[in-house]
Design a protein around this ligand. Structure first.
Ligand SMILES: [Zn+2]
Length: 313
Protein backbone atom coordinates (compact mmCIF):
# COMPACT_ATOMS: atom_id res chain seq x y z
CA UNK A 1 0.00 0.00 0.00
CA UNK A 2 1.34 3.41 -1.00
CA UNK A 3 1.12 5.75 1.97
CA UNK A 4 0.21 9.41 1.80
CA UNK A 5 3.03 11.78 2.82
CA UNK A 6 3.33 12.04 6.66
CA UNK A 7 1.51 15.34 7.07
CA UNK A 8 1.42 15.48 10.86
CA UNK A 9 3.25 17.58 13.42
CA UNK A 10 6.53 17.16 15.35
CA UNK A 11 8.36 15.13 12.68
CA UNK A 12 9.76 17.42 9.99
CA UNK A 13 12.78 19.66 10.56
CA UNK A 14 14.24 17.90 13.59
CA UNK A 15 17.57 19.26 14.86
CA UNK A 16 20.85 17.37 14.54
CA UNK A 17 21.03 16.19 18.17
CA UNK A 18 24.84 16.18 17.94
CA UNK A 19 25.25 13.52 20.62
CA UNK A 20 29.06 13.85 20.74
CA UNK A 21 28.74 17.48 21.88
CA UNK A 22 26.84 16.38 24.99
CA UNK A 23 30.13 15.12 26.43
CA UNK A 24 31.85 18.49 25.81
CA UNK A 25 30.53 20.99 28.37
CA UNK A 26 33.18 23.57 27.40
CA UNK A 27 32.07 23.47 23.76
CA UNK A 28 28.41 23.75 24.80
CA UNK A 29 29.18 26.73 26.99
CA UNK A 30 31.00 28.37 24.06
CA UNK A 31 27.89 27.90 21.92
CA UNK A 32 25.61 29.29 24.66
CA UNK A 33 26.46 32.96 24.02
CA UNK A 34 24.78 33.03 20.57
CA UNK A 35 22.50 30.04 21.08
CA UNK A 36 18.75 30.15 20.46
CA UNK A 37 16.92 29.27 23.66
CA UNK A 38 13.35 28.01 24.06
CA UNK A 39 12.02 29.17 27.41
CA UNK A 40 9.22 26.82 28.51
CA UNK A 41 6.95 27.58 31.47
CA UNK A 42 5.42 25.19 34.00
CA UNK A 43 2.30 24.83 31.82
CA UNK A 44 4.41 23.72 28.84
CA UNK A 45 4.08 27.02 26.94
CA UNK A 46 6.94 28.84 25.25
CA UNK A 47 7.47 32.48 24.35
CA UNK A 48 5.93 33.98 21.23
CA UNK A 49 6.57 37.37 19.64
CA UNK A 50 4.02 40.03 18.71
CA UNK A 51 3.10 38.12 15.52
CA UNK A 52 2.63 34.86 17.45
CA UNK A 53 5.87 33.34 16.08
CA UNK A 54 8.46 31.52 18.20
CA UNK A 55 10.59 33.92 20.26
CA UNK A 56 14.02 32.52 21.18
CA UNK A 57 16.25 34.80 23.25
CA UNK A 58 20.00 34.36 22.81
CA UNK A 59 21.76 32.49 25.58
CA UNK A 60 23.78 35.56 26.62
CA UNK A 61 20.61 37.50 27.42
CA UNK A 62 19.49 34.82 29.89
CA UNK A 63 22.52 34.78 32.17
CA UNK A 64 21.57 35.87 35.66
CA UNK A 65 23.57 38.02 38.05
CA UNK A 66 25.88 35.10 38.81
CA UNK A 67 26.75 34.92 35.10
CA UNK A 68 26.11 31.35 34.06
CA UNK A 69 23.20 29.98 36.06
CA UNK A 70 20.90 29.94 33.02
CA UNK A 71 23.38 27.83 31.05
CA UNK A 72 23.81 25.35 33.88
CA UNK A 73 20.07 24.76 33.97
CA UNK A 74 19.73 24.42 30.19
CA UNK A 75 19.21 21.33 28.05
CA UNK A 76 21.18 21.15 24.79
CA UNK A 77 18.65 20.31 22.06
CA UNK A 78 21.02 20.15 19.09
CA UNK A 79 22.42 22.02 16.12
CA UNK A 80 20.92 23.58 13.02
CA UNK A 81 23.95 24.34 10.86
CA UNK A 82 26.33 26.30 13.11
CA UNK A 83 23.58 27.43 15.46
CA UNK A 84 23.07 25.70 18.79
CA UNK A 85 19.57 25.33 20.30
CA UNK A 86 18.87 24.97 24.00
CA UNK A 87 15.80 24.82 26.26
CA UNK A 88 15.31 26.08 29.81
CA UNK A 89 12.50 26.10 32.34
CA UNK A 90 10.80 29.37 33.03
CA UNK A 91 9.22 28.53 36.35
CA UNK A 92 10.36 31.77 37.94
CA UNK A 93 7.61 33.81 36.29
CA UNK A 94 3.96 33.06 36.89
CA UNK A 95 1.52 33.64 34.05
CA UNK A 96 -0.18 36.29 36.17
CA UNK A 97 3.04 38.30 36.46
CA UNK A 98 3.76 38.31 32.71
CA UNK A 99 2.95 41.45 30.69
CA UNK A 100 -0.38 41.55 28.83
CA UNK A 101 -0.40 40.12 25.31
CA UNK A 102 0.15 42.68 22.54
CA UNK A 103 -0.98 40.21 19.87
CA UNK A 104 -3.90 37.96 19.03
CA UNK A 105 -2.39 34.73 17.77
CA UNK A 106 -4.71 31.80 18.32
CA UNK A 107 -3.89 29.92 21.54
CA UNK A 108 -1.40 32.58 22.65
CA UNK A 109 -1.68 34.29 26.01
CA UNK A 110 0.61 36.69 27.79
CA UNK A 111 3.26 36.40 25.06
CA UNK A 112 3.28 32.61 25.40
CA UNK A 113 1.85 29.87 23.26
CA UNK A 114 0.94 26.23 23.93
CA UNK A 115 2.25 23.37 21.80
CA UNK A 116 -1.06 22.37 20.18
CA UNK A 117 -1.68 25.94 19.02
CA UNK A 118 1.92 26.28 17.86
CA UNK A 119 1.69 23.04 15.87
CA UNK A 120 -1.37 24.33 14.04
CA UNK A 121 0.25 27.67 13.14
CA UNK A 122 4.02 27.44 13.00
CA UNK A 123 6.38 26.08 10.33
CA UNK A 124 7.35 22.44 10.90
CA UNK A 125 10.84 23.15 12.27
CA UNK A 126 9.68 25.47 15.05
CA UNK A 127 6.88 23.12 16.13
CA UNK A 128 9.22 20.11 16.13
CA UNK A 129 11.92 21.81 18.22
CA UNK A 130 9.27 23.07 20.67
CA UNK A 131 7.96 19.49 21.02
CA UNK A 132 11.47 18.24 21.80
CA UNK A 133 12.06 21.02 24.34
CA UNK A 134 8.72 20.47 26.07
CA UNK A 135 9.23 16.71 26.34
CA UNK A 136 12.75 16.77 27.81
CA UNK A 137 12.01 19.63 30.21
CA UNK A 138 8.88 17.84 31.43
CA UNK A 139 10.99 14.78 32.24
CA UNK A 140 13.60 16.83 34.08
CA UNK A 141 11.06 18.79 36.09
CA UNK A 142 9.56 15.51 37.39
CA UNK A 143 12.80 13.65 37.94
CA UNK A 144 14.75 15.88 40.26
CA UNK A 145 15.40 12.95 42.60
CA UNK A 146 16.60 9.38 42.20
CA UNK A 147 13.73 6.88 41.93
CA UNK A 148 15.78 4.24 43.77
CA UNK A 149 17.22 6.07 46.80
CA UNK A 150 15.64 9.55 46.72
CA UNK A 151 18.96 11.38 46.38
CA UNK A 152 19.10 14.57 44.29
CA UNK A 153 19.98 14.13 40.60
CA UNK A 154 22.82 16.00 38.95
CA UNK A 155 22.23 16.48 35.21
CA UNK A 156 25.02 15.58 32.81
CA UNK A 157 25.49 15.24 29.04
CA UNK A 158 23.82 18.52 28.14
CA UNK A 159 20.89 17.68 30.39
CA UNK A 160 20.09 14.23 28.92
CA UNK A 161 21.33 12.15 31.85
CA UNK A 162 20.52 12.45 35.54
CA UNK A 163 23.19 11.03 37.84
CA UNK A 164 22.60 10.15 41.49
CA UNK A 165 25.78 10.71 43.51
CA UNK A 166 24.28 8.92 46.51
CA UNK A 167 23.78 5.48 44.91
CA UNK A 168 25.46 5.88 41.52
CA UNK A 169 22.38 5.20 39.37
CA UNK A 170 21.94 7.03 36.06
CA UNK A 171 18.50 8.12 34.86
CA UNK A 172 17.50 8.88 31.28
CA UNK A 173 14.60 10.78 29.70
CA UNK A 174 11.47 8.70 29.57
CA UNK A 175 9.22 8.19 26.55
CA UNK A 176 5.93 6.30 26.92
CA UNK A 177 5.05 4.19 23.87
CA UNK A 178 1.40 4.05 22.87
CA UNK A 179 -0.25 2.41 19.87
CA UNK A 180 -2.83 4.22 17.75
CA UNK A 181 -4.65 2.11 15.23
CA UNK A 182 -6.91 2.34 12.19
CA UNK A 183 -9.02 -0.85 12.52
CA UNK A 184 -10.93 -2.12 9.49
CA UNK A 185 -13.14 -5.14 8.81
CA UNK A 186 -12.23 -4.89 5.13
CA UNK A 187 -15.10 -2.51 4.33
CA UNK A 188 -15.49 -0.15 7.27
CA UNK A 189 -13.31 1.81 9.73
CA UNK A 190 -13.68 1.52 13.52
CA UNK A 191 -13.70 4.88 15.32
CA UNK A 192 -14.55 5.91 18.87
CA UNK A 193 -15.21 9.09 20.80
CA UNK A 194 -14.68 10.32 24.35
CA UNK A 195 -17.48 12.06 26.18
CA UNK A 196 -15.55 15.34 26.55
CA UNK A 197 -14.83 15.76 22.82
CA UNK A 198 -16.72 18.19 20.56
CA UNK A 199 -20.01 16.71 19.29
CA UNK A 200 -19.71 14.24 16.34
CA UNK A 201 -15.88 14.03 16.67
CA UNK A 202 -14.53 10.48 16.34
CA UNK A 203 -10.97 9.19 16.20
CA UNK A 204 -8.85 6.05 15.97
CA UNK A 205 -8.47 3.87 19.07
CA UNK A 206 -5.27 4.20 21.12
CA UNK A 207 -3.65 2.94 24.29
CA UNK A 208 -0.40 2.60 26.17
CA UNK A 209 1.98 -0.31 25.78
CA UNK A 210 2.35 -2.29 29.01
CA UNK A 211 5.56 -3.91 30.31
CA UNK A 212 6.16 -7.34 28.82
CA UNK A 213 3.88 -6.76 25.84
CA UNK A 214 4.60 -6.69 22.09
CA UNK A 215 3.14 -3.82 20.10
CA UNK A 216 0.88 -6.26 18.21
CA UNK A 217 -0.46 -7.56 21.54
CA UNK A 218 -1.14 -4.01 22.69
CA UNK A 219 -3.11 -3.32 19.49
CA UNK A 220 -5.28 -6.43 19.96
CA UNK A 221 -5.80 -5.84 23.69
CA UNK A 222 -6.68 -2.15 23.43
CA UNK A 223 -9.10 -2.67 20.54
CA UNK A 224 -10.78 -5.52 22.45
CA UNK A 225 -10.97 -3.49 25.68
CA UNK A 226 -12.34 -0.34 24.04
CA UNK A 227 -14.68 -1.89 21.45
CA UNK A 228 -15.03 -5.67 21.89
CA UNK A 229 -13.81 -6.11 18.28
CA UNK A 230 -11.35 -8.96 17.60
CA UNK A 231 -8.19 -7.96 15.72
CA UNK A 232 -6.77 -10.59 13.33
CA UNK A 233 -3.52 -8.94 12.22
CA UNK A 234 -1.88 -5.52 12.55
CA UNK A 235 0.93 -3.70 10.82
CA UNK A 236 3.08 -0.72 11.86
CA UNK A 237 3.09 2.30 9.53
CA UNK A 238 4.69 5.37 11.18
CA UNK A 239 5.25 7.14 14.50
CA UNK A 240 4.76 10.59 16.01
CA UNK A 241 6.28 12.16 19.13
CA UNK A 242 3.32 13.32 21.21
CA UNK A 243 4.71 15.27 24.17
CA UNK A 244 1.43 15.68 26.09
CA UNK A 245 3.38 15.05 28.20
CA UNK A 246 5.71 12.23 27.07
CA UNK A 247 4.17 9.80 24.58
CA UNK A 248 5.43 8.30 21.36
CA UNK A 249 2.46 7.34 19.18
CA UNK A 250 3.08 4.19 17.12
CA UNK A 251 0.64 4.19 14.20
CA UNK A 252 -0.84 0.86 13.05
CA UNK A 253 -3.44 -0.45 10.66
CA UNK A 254 -5.30 -3.59 11.74
CA UNK A 255 -7.59 -6.13 10.09
CA UNK A 256 -10.42 -7.21 12.35
CA UNK A 257 -13.54 -9.37 12.50
CA UNK A 258 -16.78 -7.50 11.66
CA UNK A 259 -17.91 -7.70 15.30
CA UNK A 260 -20.59 -5.33 16.62
CA UNK A 261 -18.70 -2.69 18.64
CA UNK A 262 -19.62 -1.83 22.22
CA UNK A 263 -18.19 1.12 24.11
CA UNK A 264 -16.36 0.61 27.42
CA UNK A 265 -16.04 3.12 30.28
CA UNK A 266 -13.24 4.95 28.44
CA UNK A 267 -15.27 5.70 25.30
CA UNK A 268 -18.72 7.21 25.04
CA UNK A 269 -19.35 5.57 21.68
CA UNK A 270 -17.53 3.38 19.19
CA UNK A 271 -18.83 2.35 15.78
CA UNK A 272 -18.00 1.28 12.24
CA UNK A 273 -17.98 4.03 9.58
CA UNK A 274 -18.30 3.44 5.83
CA UNK A 275 -15.63 4.52 3.36
CA UNK A 276 -18.11 7.09 2.00
CA UNK A 277 -18.70 8.64 5.45
CA UNK A 278 -14.96 8.78 6.16
CA UNK A 279 -14.25 10.29 2.73
CA UNK A 280 -16.86 13.00 3.25
CA UNK A 281 -15.37 13.83 6.67
CA UNK A 282 -11.83 14.03 5.22
CA UNK A 283 -13.11 16.45 2.58
CA UNK A 284 -14.98 18.49 5.22
CA UNK A 285 -18.32 17.64 3.56
CA UNK A 286 -19.98 15.70 6.32
CA UNK A 287 -23.12 17.77 6.61
CA UNK A 288 -24.75 18.97 9.83
CA UNK A 289 -25.12 15.51 11.42
CA UNK A 290 -22.05 13.87 9.93
CA UNK A 291 -18.71 12.62 11.17
CA UNK A 292 -15.94 15.00 12.28
CA UNK A 293 -12.30 13.83 12.46
CA UNK A 294 -9.18 14.80 14.44
CA UNK A 295 -7.18 17.90 13.45
CA UNK A 296 -4.40 17.32 10.94
CA UNK A 297 -1.56 17.83 13.47
CA UNK A 298 -2.25 14.31 14.78
CA UNK A 299 -1.09 11.02 13.26
CA UNK A 300 -4.67 9.82 13.83
CA UNK A 301 -5.98 11.76 10.86
CA UNK A 302 -3.08 10.57 8.70
CA UNK A 303 -3.85 6.93 9.60
CA UNK A 304 -7.46 7.52 8.55
CA UNK A 305 -6.25 9.08 5.28
CA UNK A 306 -3.96 6.11 4.69
CA UNK A 307 -6.82 3.65 5.26
CA UNK A 308 -9.16 5.66 3.03
CA UNK A 309 -6.58 5.86 0.22
CA UNK A 310 -5.91 2.12 0.39
CA UNK A 311 -9.63 1.29 0.50
CA UNK A 312 -10.10 3.24 -2.75
CA UNK A 313 -8.12 0.62 -4.67
ZN1 LIG B 1 20.13 7.11 43.99
Amino acid sequence: MTLPAPRFAFVEGALDRADALRDKPDALQAYWHDARVLVVDADGRTRADAAGALATPRGRTLADAAGEAAFLGAVFLGMRGDEAWFAIDDDRESAAAAPPAPFEARGAQDGRIDLRSAAAQWPAFEATVFAQARAVLHWRARHRHCGACGGPLRFLRGGWQGHCDACGLDHYPRTDPAVIVAVSDGERLLLGRQANWPPRRYSTLAGFVEPGETLEQTVAREVMEESGVRVRTSRYLASQPWPFPSSLMLGFVADAEPDPPRADQELEDVRWFSREDVGAALRGESGPDGLLLSPSISISRWLIEAWHAAAAR
